[in-house]
Design a protein around this ligand. Sequence first.
Ligand SMILES: Cc1cc2nc3c(=O)[nH]c(=O)nc-3n(C[C@H](O)[C@H](O)[C@H](O)COP(=O)(O)OP(=O)(O)OC[C@H]3O[C@@H](n4cnc5c(N)ncnc54)[C@H](O)[C@@H]3O)c2cc1C
Length: 417
Amino acid sequence: MSDAGSTQGQTSYVIIGGGLAAAKAVEGIREADADSPVTVVTAEPHLPYERPPLSKGLMLDKEGPDVVFTHDKDWYDEQHVDLRIGDAATAIDPQAHTVTLTDGATIRWDKLLLATGSSVRTLQIDGADLQDVFYLRTLEDSEAIKARLVAGSDVVIVGAGWIGLEIAAAAREHGCEVTVVEPQPTPLHAVVGPEVGGWFADLHRSHGVEFRFGDGVERFTGTDEGAVDGVVTSSGATIAADTVVVGVGIRPNTGLAEAAGLTVDNGVVTDAQLRTSNPDIWAAGDVANWYSTTLDTRLRVEHWANANDSGAAAGKAMAGADVTFDPIPFFFSDQYDIGLEYSGYVPRGVTPEVVLRGDPKTNEFMAFWLDGERILAGMHVNMWDTIPAIEQLIREGKPVDRTKLADLAVDLSEAAS
Ligand SMILES: Cc1cc2nc3c(=O)[nH]c(=O)nc-3n(C[C@H](O)[C@H](O)[C@H](O)COP(=O)(O)OP(=O)(O)OC[C@H]3O[C@@H](n4cnc5c(N)ncnc54)[C@H](O)[C@@H]3O)c2cc1C
């Protein structure tokens, strides 16, 4: 058994995960503890990396694979981090304070971080295992999909969520014929609602994407060689497909936590310090279901900023800093020449009123989601540097004047009283 090399007075840290949360946790630990041993265990055959470019710059061939790595190998060496790359953790023993790896090694820890992220939800339908039916989560997935984005070929995307829309944009930019199948009446229906969802549909239609809303996918058909050649929808239509990409959501990787007896409920449950039900184990990133002090609710957020900030916060907390993790949830997306950022949280069951600021047809506008007089969330499209003002309105929770909020001539700070 390895004890991660700790000596008297030192703390052995083990981080399980190879995404952004894991990389930022190393930074967080090192801010407060320069010397103790840190081990990062990651199942993927790469240094810890960030996923947003996989559906954007990388898929568009505008960036090379190196952009995804949060730090290079030299940085981990300088931080004295023991990297166990391509080796998954198979079990945690909270009593013995050990983690077992696929290669049979057992590592002892004093403090452990679960940054195991998410895995794609898969379709269990006929034809799901045909060649050229893809999901997107890893560098390899991104490279494999990009290789299929040949001009003139038929690409069918299942699901009009963030991933589906970004791949649709990339596929159009490569000159593919793109159809998106989505059971809801608009893209991102549950996130932004029908009005703003309609704007996303128009944006993509203006770039040549075809949508089939209110329709599901029944099965995939294939050639004698086993390659996909069509998508049969619930309404009985058949869509020609050279490539299918399925983007129907993700689920948190909670298996290790459950087996170790930690409290798991839509992710690994933590407090506002990102500490799990075991006082020596923390969770961060997509897998963590944390308590938001400002919003007085539990949140599990599947976005870059959450992994970035919670990873760093958990690392600091593990190293003994007094940390409260309390951001307003935030995400961004890039599609065609559109850049957008969204901040806030609309609780399930609330049907918010939408107030628009600016004209969506210009592709430069803001949208706000209100519960009564209070702003729950705000988004800008190509109106940069507005997120701090949006977050201030959300945090203050003061009643807003809808007319002022909608008026581009009125400063956002004057919309609330
Ligand atoms: C294609 C794509 C585009 C995205 N674009 C955006 C965007 O534009 N904006 C935005 O806000 N967010 C975006 N996201 C979301 C963002 O990337 C995620 O929220 C973020 O990756 C979460 O980071 P994480 O470290 O928590 O988990 P992950 O990135 O999922 O990393 C978890 C890592 O842990 C490893 N692991 C799991 N179990 C084990 C184990 N037992 N042992 C060892 N290792 C294990 C996994 O293999 C993986 O490497 C995108 C995601 C994808 C997939």
